[in-house]
Structure formats: C-alpha cells, structure tokens
Design a protein around this ligand. Structure first.
Ligand code: NAP
Length: 342
C-alpha cells in the first residue's frame, strides 16, 4: 500500500509510506511498532512532521504520535504539568497562559508536538525547553518498558538531547513533565523583547510580541511548506572566531560559556545574497534566510540541491560549514543530513 506523506510533513513534500498509523495511546503505538518489526519493515515515529525532510518513499510504517491529555498539579512554588506527547505545542502555550501559568510564552508558535520538544530541546528568544522541563516519560519499543528520565538524564544541549543519540529509534516519548515556577521572571534578552519594560511587562505581552515577531518574519507552513530553521546556528571555537571577526567585524556573534562562539546562520546566508534564491520549487525565504521553503511543488531533490548551494556559498565565503537542523529521512530511516548536502 502506498500512502501519501504530504499531510504529515510541514514541508509538504510528496513521498509515500507503506503504512501510516495514528497512535492515540502507548498500546497502539507499541502494537504498530511491533507489527512493523515482525514484517521486517523500518519504522518512523513522528509528531507533526515539522522538522523532517523525506528524501524518498519510506519503505515501512510511519507512526503518528497522538497520545493526548494534560494534567496539572501544584506545589507551593510551581505548577506541574504532565502533558501527553501528542498535544500541540502552541496550543499548550496558550492553555498555560489562559490559566495564569506563565513560563512558556517565549516558545509560542513553535510548530510541532509537545513530545517532540525535548528531542531537539526546542528554543526561541532566549528560552529553551530545558528551563521548564521536569522529566520526560518514554517507552522502550522492544520491551514495552516505561521509563521516566529526569531533565538531567535527558542531557539537553543546544538543539540536542539523549533522544538524538543513545535513545534514538529505541524509545517513543509518551509524555513531558513541565515545571512552571510561580515567581515568574520574564526573559527579554532577544530582539524586540528588549523594548518591553521588565518591571511592568505581563506574560501575555511577551507572548504577543513573540507571536508578532514570528508571524512577520517566518513563513506560515500552511502557505509555504517549510520545516522552520533549516540550518543550525554554527558554533565555532575562539580561534576561528577571532579570524572570522577580523574579516567580518559586523558579524553577529554570541560568546558561549565554554569559550566557543555562536554565529547567526541566517546572517551568514544573507551575506551571500541568497534570500529568494531558488532551485526548482524550493527557495530561500525572502524575509528569513534560515528557512528554506516549498514555494510550490518542490521535490526533496530541489530542497537538497538548494541546501547544498547554501552550504557551499557560506562555506566558501566564511569557512563555516552549515549543518542542517532538519532531520533527513531516507527509505529506511534517518540518514546523515550533512553527508546528503555536502
Ligand atoms: P534573530 O533575532 O534574527 O537572531 C539570529 C540568531 O542570533 C538567533 O538564531 C539566535 O540564536 C541568535 N541570537 C539573537 N539574539 C541573541 C541573544 N541575545 N543571545 C544569544 N543569541 C542570540 O533570530 P530569528 O531567526 O528571528 O529567531 C528568533 C528566535 O526563534 C531564535 O531563538 C531562534 O532560534 C528561534 N527560531 C527557531 C526556529 C527553529 O526552527 N528551530 C525557527 C525560527 C526561529 P538561537 O537560535 O540560538 O536563539
């Protein structure tokens, strides 16, 4: 059977899978996984498909994680939320704000499901999931054994976690535990947020400002398919940073605690005059160079070729070699995205 994956990836790329299963609970998820394994088929578990690029037809089962439910409990200094992996992330942000539980407002409008949020430790406007994550519940696919990982055990890093390493393909995330501290502290260090007054600002105002920034700069996947930031912001060592900044003193750069320096990938791409550049149906977004879009009928080859061009141009100009943040999926599962676009 060939089923279209187009509705299941926000890039809107047309490829097929042999089977697509929406799992509403852990049991259904495990059954779908076991059935695929018995038939010697590859399996891919997706939330909303907002961070993937399908390179070809998937030769197995795609399981859509739709495990829902939110429960709230309270401690003296914090609200504790237990959120089903299949809950939409942005709706969760709204849900918490409506109930007077701030803390997620900087992470508004990030596409995808709650269960995907720990995988790459989603972050925006100075806040990362790890700031609010208490635990992650998962189930080991081969044994059905439930496991709760503390935030520390998740080994969160910059857009990184254990779920991209040892736990990749081994577990499915079933729920995320969040801890929202009642003594709310606004994070106003990024972009237009620094215009807000920390003494008087409300969580709703931060939420509105984040939504406004995102809506004016980022393409709506319902209009132009995309998977958010296509490339990671590169982190270079201090020596490389000195050389790069000597040649390009105006380059935005953010020193990290370990002495390395983070660069803004969008700026590097923009300096190569690539905004609006297209390959077939794929294009570099005209407002935000970090986002590659499906401008209409893009094939995965178009996106790969465009990503190759962007990486090559930035590499040649700055000697910084961009790596995709988006996960590339081949016929049998995830493949090395850097190798594909190199
Ligand atoms: P921006 O304000 O144009 O800044 C460009 C980059 O510089 C950002 O990616 C950010 O890195 C970094 N930056 C800016 N101000 C900083 C500060 N005060 N301290 C440290 N680093 C700083 O960014 P943008 O592209 O419009 O995005 C705004 C936020 O939304 C960013 O946090 C970005 O990561 C997030 N976002 C994420 C995705 C995604 O798909 N993952 C898509 C769109 C936007 P960081 O990325 O490390 O924060």
């Amino acid at each position: 059977m060939n089923l279209s994956l187009k509705p299941w990836n926000t890039f809107g790329i047309e490829h097929n899978a042999r089977r697509i299963v929406c799992a509403e609970n852990t049991q259904q998820l495990l059954e779908a996984w076991q059935s695929a394994v018995e038939h010697q088929q590859p399996v891919l578990i997706l939330g909303e498909g907002s961070n993937v690029l399908f390179l070809e037809d998937f030769a197995g089962t795609v399981i859509i994680n739709r495990i829902k439910g939110i429960t709230i409990s309270e401690e003296a200094d914090a609200w504790l939320l237990h959120v089903g992996a299949g809950e939409n992330w942005h709706q969760l942000v709204q849900f918490t704000l409506e109930r007077g539980m701030p803390g997620l407002e900087n992470l508004a409008l990030i596409p995808g499901c709650t269960g995907s949020s720990p995988i790459q430790n989603i972050g925006a406007y100075g806040v990362e999931l790890q700031r609010v994550c208490d635990y992650v519940d998962c189930v080991e696919l081969s044994s059905g054994k439930h496991q709760r990982l503390t935030a520390k055990e998740c080994r969160f890093g910059y857009r990184d976690s254990i779920f991209k390493h040892e736990y990749q393909d081994r577990v499915a995330i079933t729920a995320v535990g969040l801890r929202l501290i009642k003594a709310w502290q606004p994070v106003l260090t990024y972009g237009e947020l620094n215009r807000l007054d920390p003494a008087t600002v409300t969580p709703q105002q931060v939420f509105d400002a984040v939504c406004h920034m995102r809506m004016t700069k980022l393409p709506d996947p319902k209009v132009y398919g995309n998977a958010g930031s296509f490339f990671k912001n590169p982190v270079i060592n201090a020596e490389q940073a000195i050389a790069l900044l000597a040649a390009h003193p105006q380059a935005p750069h953010y020193p990290q605690a370990d002495g390395s320096v983070k660069l803004a990938a969008g700026w590097l791409i923009d300096q190569c005059q690539l905004k609006g550049t297209s390959t077939g149906g794929a294009a570099v977004h005209h407002l935000q160079a970090l986002v590659l879009i499906n401008a209409g009928q893009a094939t995965s080859d178009d996106v790969v070729q465009l990503a190759h061009l962007v990486r090559k141009r930035v590499g040649e100009k700055f000697n910084v070699w961009l790596e995709p943040e988006v996960r590339f999926i081949g016929h049998a599962g995830e493949v090395n995205a850097v190798e594909v676009i190199a």
